[in-house]
Write a new protein. Sequence first.
Lengths: 96, 96
Amino acid sequence: MRNTFLVCYDICDDKRLRKVFKTMRDFGDHLQYSIFECQFTPVDLAKCRHALNDIIHHHEDQVLFVDLGPVEGRGDRVISALGKAYTNIDAACIIV
Amino acid sequence: MRNTFLVCYDICDDKRLRKVFKTMRDFGDHLQYSIFECQFTPVDLAKCRHALNDIIHHHEDQVLFVDLGPVEGRGDRVISALGKAYTNIDAACIIV
């Protein structure tokens, strides 16, 4: 079963920041400046934590994993936006 | 009843960014660069949205309200950290 996660990071060094950004693009959808939205199985989550674990400096940087709940349930209805619209990671996109 | 919310913002202009940051300090705990953790009643949430609504430029900026669930329930157990520790908004602090 997959849960929706927000992965939010505060990285003190630009080089590490770029590395975290590039790594996260393999795991989910870029939502805001330092936030990705991901749909993880427990194995995906472990892989993501492992990949970031090798990049960050543990005393200076921080990555938060926020579990929003099952993708088909709660995780699908808990984010609302003010200003620019929020498009759900699953939102169908129409190619014209 | 109060729910735990993350308020995450992407603001394109430094002046508006500082205004949003100052406003958010009245509503919750600064978690990461552009993320606050808040415990909202429905009225608090409406007040926060209203306050930010007057600051941001709706075509350029974005504020996300992420509902993590009831403070005494789900909202209390869904954030984990890699690197610097995450301290829960309710965590008892010992004054020495």
